[in-house]
Design a binder for this molecule. Sequence first.
Ligand SMILES: *Cc1c(COP(=O)(O)O)cnc(C)c1O
Length: 235
Amino acid sequence: MHPSEIAQNLQRIKQLIAAAAAKSGRHPDDIKLIAVSKGRSWPQVEAAFAAGQLRFGENTVQDAMSKISRCVHPAIEWHFIGHLQSNKAKYIPSNFAWLHSLDSVALATKLSRLARQKPTPLKVLIEVNITGEVNKHGIAPSSLIHFIEELLQAQLAGLELRGLMAIGPPLANERALRAAFSKLRELRDACAPRFGLTGFTALSMGMSGDFVPAIMEGATLVRIGTAIFGERRKP
Ligand SMILES: *Cc1c(COP(=O)(O)O)cnc(C)c1O
């Protein structure tokens, strides 16, 4: 896709985000756009950066590293949004500011050991499987309280628990999407006071096809790839 098209897409999405924020009585600055650059070439990332985009999302370490090593601007923030295998944990704290997909205590323990040696903590979101699909990663909603208890018992220095992440239901209508996203919001609202977690405020939800209903239900981070960079080539 031509750089000017990427810039136009970013502009249009920001307008849609602002409109959805206004409609739900929220401030547009409370919703951060993550440009999901997985599978995209370096020039595509550069085009988005040139258009002012500073947050990028990647879902594999290998694909991300080639871009992160070239893109050294200090204001750029990289978000790991894919499922993380424990043997790749070592790459996360030095390269990413956020991990959206925490789903095991073992992984958290490993990340903590690495992150506590860094000057800034790693911000983490717990991935929740709000739709109950068997092929999806994430903690079951009914196990979330217990999972957070375990995390807190493990005293994970170097990690900052910042909230929850979910992927919406596929091929769902507006009502089903909003019901799923509201479930994630309710889980966050129940967990934060229960554990006295200050800063447990983030809701990472909404992609190209469903970011408007996600914002209507309180999304603070939207992860958008296709609507910025065009269709991905099938692997
Ligand atoms: C690929 C991906 C996205 C972006 O999806 P688009 O439909 O291209 O916007 C968002 N979140 C996760 C976890 C992804 O893997």
